[in-house]
Design a protein. Structure first.
Length: 307
């Protein structure tokens, strides 16, 4: 006689085996998940305090995976003897002033602030740095040699306070600055704004139009001692209201607004800025001047040391 109950123990064992296997797999997956989580937590965090070195492409320095294993170079312990304070002059009419300058955004009058910064320099964006500005030293990465960094490639923008000229600033954070005197593109390098936080003094880029429109500087004048036209509207073909004198002590310009390469100004003639006694007859005119071009940047400058 056939007894179907004889199959029951086998069926029970089968279900027990399946449950045991399922439980074992779930525990294995759980262990794998925990391992992955702790591995990820153990990875160094990507931050602005580590910099690029070595070879390879880097698309975004602020969050590139390469940053996880890189460190800032260590410079000499002794502070450098800062070279003589030779600087670029805006009255060199062949000097390109670019689009603005790199400077501290706070503690503007900190003397020697450029010896308190850490900045990698790149020949082109997305590559490894070829040099560093490191606490007053200039490090050549290829040779590993240090030399004191001076101000020969900088320009005075406030009382005895120099800035780095900036020639390009891209939306993705890369910018090109001048760090040495050089000729044309020589003496310039690229860096990225995410490295500003590495310095003990916070840095920022200020465009010339922003600085010129601020109330913290003196009135403006042209860099060249030639007369310039004051136009009724922002156009070369617009009606010329008058000629602005060639000598800067005969006038000064107060900027009112900027539209691209054109600036609306108030011309005071003769200048009464830091003049005593003032001229008996002072006249003012409002019109538009062309204030910059692609060859030398700004045509205008100001008295960085006041009167």
């Amino acid at each position: 006689m056939h007894h179907p109950r004889a199959m029951v123990p086998f069926s029970n064992n089968f279900h027990i085996a399946v449950k045991s296997t399922t439980w074992a797999l779930s525990q294995l997956l759980r262990c794998l998940l925990v391992t992955i989580i702790w591995t990820v937590r153990a990875l160094p965090a990507v931050s602005d305090s580590v910099l690029l070195q070595g070879e390879g492409l880097v698309t975004s320095p602020c969050d590139a995976p390469q940053l996880r294993r890189l460190v800032i170079p260590t410079g000499p312990q002794a502070p450098p003897d800062t070279p003589a304070s030779e600087r670029l002059t805006p009255y060199n009419t062949h000097l390109d002033l670019g689009i603005g300058h790199l400077r501290p955004i706070a503690d503007w009058h900190v003397r020697g602030w450029f010896t308190q910064i850490r900045l990698p320099l790149f020949q082109t964006p997305h590559r490894a740095p070829f040099a560093w500005l490191l606490d007053g030293w200039l490090l050549d990465v290829s040779s590993g040699t240090y030399r004191p960094f001076g101000t020969a490639g900088m320009i005075e923008t406030d009382y005895e306070s120099p800035s780095f000229l900036v020639y390009e600033a891209r939306p993705n954070g890369w910018y090109r600055l001048r760090y040495a005197r050089g000729v044309d593109a020589d003496g310039t390098a690229w860096s990225h704004q995410c490295f500003f936080k590495l310095s003990t003094i916070p840095l920022g880029i200020e465009r010339w139009e922003e600085r010129f429109l601020s109330a913290s500087i003196s009135p403006l004048h042209f860099r060249t001692k030639v007369r310039h036209a004051l136009h009724a509207t922002p156009s070369i073909s617009a009606h010329r209201l008058k000629w602005i004198p060639a000598e800067p002590d005969q006038y000064h310009l107060t900027p009112l607004q900027v539209r691209g390469d054109w600036m609306q100004v108030r011309v005071t003639e003769p200048s009464d800025y830091c003049v005593s006694p003032k001229a008996p007859m002072i006249q003012t005119y409002i019109g538009w001047i062309k204030w910059r071009d692609e060859k030398i940047g700004s045509w205008l400058w100001y008295y960085t040391r006041g009167c």
